[in-house]
Design a protein around this ligand. Structure first.
Ligand SMILES: Nc1nc2c(ncn2[C@@H]2O[C@H](COP(=O)(O)OP(=O)(O)O)[C@@H](O)[C@H]2O)c(=O)[nH]1
Ligand SMILES: [Mg+2]
Length: 211
């Protein structure tokens, strides 16, 4: 019998619904299930990427003002307890050190303790990937064997060759962990690389490791 439309695996992401913007770990949804989190600098395009991969414009709030998201936002994908997670952006220069440190602690706690986490979508700006904090994030995750898929986003702002150079630079940086770290070009604006990103997310949620 053919699957009903809403049960097709490719529609899993379209079912995303806002669950909670959690300021405190006590508010994180009960942990069973599978989760894919989006991380990266403030303003890099995390919320835009979530909207594009779920094909739900306006699901995650996007902003022209960096540093607006201070909470971990969970989106339920229904059924089997799968979720997408919008992590607070790191590295926004204009927040006080104390606040920045508390964000780092929150993200670290999430990445360390969250059993449901199956993989991290790490967004970097295609124009200047591998910032200090991007590197630290990769270096923190590598020994913990957390699978990462890097989206080099806003690639619409770059020519083909420049975008390729960025891709090579990130690949070189993670050479030792190619089995768990993958890289692609992406643009939320021009819908570049959406199918590839969706596939990676669905594979993780389905328990198919990194590839
Ligand atoms: N040109 C371009 N702009 C983008 C892209 N993705 C996001 N933006 C813009 O970058 C800004 C920050 O995006 P947002 O998704 O809120 O970033 P977040 O802080 O990482 O969640 C917004 O003005 C978006 O419209 C992209 O792929 N290309
Ligand atoms: Mg955001």
């Amino acid at each position: 019998m053919p699957l009903k439309t809403e049960e097709k695996p490719e529609n899993l992401l379209n079912r995303a619904r806002f669950t909670i913007a959690a300021a405190d770990p006590a508010q994180w949804p009960a942990a069973p299930g599978a989760e894919v989190a989006f991380a990266g600098r403030s303003n890099v395009g995390k919320s835009s990427a979530i909207n594009v991969v779920t094909q739900r414009r306006g699901l995650a709030r996007t902003s022209k003002t960096p540093g607006r998201t201070r909470q971990i936002v969970f989106f339920d994908l229904g059924g089997g307890g799968s979720r997408l997670v919008d992590l607070p952006g790191y590295g926004y220069a204009k927040v006080p050190d104390e606040l920045r440190a508390s964000w780092a602690r929150l993200i670290e706690r999430y990445l360390t303790e969250r059993k449901a986490l199956k993989g991290l979508i790490l967004l970097m700006d295609a124009r200047h990937p591998l910032t200090e904090l991007d590197r630290r994030m990769l270096e923190w995750c590598e020994p913990r064997r957390l699978p990462i898929h890097v989206l080099l986003t806003k690639s619409d702002k770059l020519g083909h060759n420049q975008a390729r150079q960025g891709e090579f630079a990130v690949r070189r940086f993670v050479t030792a962990s190619q089995d768990i770290i993958t890289v692609q070009r992406f643009s939320a604006l021009k819908r570049v690389g959406v199918a590839e990103a969706q596939q990676r997310i669905r594979d993780w949620l389905a328990g198919n490791g990194n590839c």
